[in-house]
Design a protein around this ligand. Sequence first.
Ligand SMILES: NC(=O)c1ccc[n+]([C@@H]2O[C@H](COP(=O)([O-])OP(=O)(O)OC[C@H]3O[C@@H](n4cnc5c(N)ncnc54)[C@H](O)[C@@H]3O)[C@@H](O)[C@H]2O)c1
Length: 254
Amino acid sequence: MRLEGKSAIVTGAGNGIGKAIAELFASEGASVMVAELEDGPGRATVDSINAAGGAAVFQHTDISNEGSVGAMVAAATAAHGTVNILVNNAAAFVFGTVEDVTDADWNKVLGVNVIGTSHCVRHVLPAMRKAGGGAIVNLASVSSFIAQPAFIPYNASKGAVLQLTRCLALDLAADNIRVNAVCPGAIKTRATDQHIASLGLDPEEAYLEFGQDSPFKRMGEPSEIAYGALFLASDEASFMTGSHIVIDGGATID
Ligand SMILES: NC(=O)c1ccc[n+]([C@@H]2O[C@H](COP(=O)([O-])OP(=O)(O)OC[C@H]3O[C@@H](n4cnc5c(N)ncnc54)[C@H](O)[C@@H]3O)[C@@H](O)[C@H]2O)c1
């Protein structure tokens, strides 16, 4: 049990990578708060964890709303005593060229991915300091450091998430709070399915095509990202901060 006795918040844990992280953390002994905008998927993750013998609670959360984030942390502290681990996984997916993107699009993507992530960190700090430290794992992306066609708002936001990770790590080291990131490549999730649908592509053909960037010639599964987050959240990563793990099937080797 690599997270025995730990209290973890996973944002956006109703789907995809966040769901896989919440389930894996619970199976490793953590008490998990599923903090999710969509109540149905969020409650389904909680049900699956509790049915498997784990401990999870649901909290309706919009990370872009600071009041909602404050309530999330208060509820996690009430349910599990403290917060030892925060996984900033929730994200908005907004794509396009610089001419496509409206100010409303920018406000959405930066409001969730950058400002929302900052809200979550700010509000867990008192509990983590009281507990003597903590671990924060941010979901960045290979999109944090490569360019992709017509991906401007999403990639700008994910570049910012990686820089947020580094700067937070410096500022919070004195509090014994480690801050690291996981950078996934193309993973099979609802967000990917929605992107494929928006492009009008056939899902099976798109999975094959998106997998071609990897020398394994396939896309990744959410669980393959969750194991990276588990390592960074656990005491095994005690000498890591301000760092990131790329899990992309080798897609960005060259
Ligand atoms: N899927 C990929 O290929 C991929 C690649 C690189 C990085 N990532 C990153 O991994 C993370 C998870 O992505 P995913 O593909 O599993 O996405 P997903 O859309 O499948 O799941 C994201 C979840 O976040 C929730 N959410 C969205 N906005 C929210 C908000 N304001 N407050 C609370 N919850 C909110 C959604 O309801 C959803 O359940 C994201 O940070 C994403 O940028 C994904």
